[in-house]
Design a binder for this molecule. Structure first.
Ligand SMILES: [Zn+2]
Length: 68
């Protein structure tokens, strides 16, 4: 069992297998922590291990909801 390097929560299989497409190193970050760097990195993930609880949390931006 591994834990998130940032917040120390327990990682799912999906979170555990997410790794950098550049270095091949595993991130060992939960979805919540990874969401903060997601837009800045290239990564590979096992989509087949993803379940409903693994969806990225959307960070609401104030005043940008009109387009929905
Ligand atoms: Zn975390």
């Amino acid at each position: 069992m591994s834990r998130c390097r940032a917040c120390d929560c327990i990682l799912s299989d999906y979170e555990l297998t997410r790794k950098s497409a550049v270095t091949g190193e595993y991130y060992d970050l939960c979805n919540h922590c990874f969401s903060y760097i997601k837009s800045d990195v290239y990564f590979k993930e096992r989509i087949d291990l993803q379940d409903n609880s693994d969806e990225f949390e959307e960070i609401d931006e104030e005043g940008l909801t009109d387009w929905k």
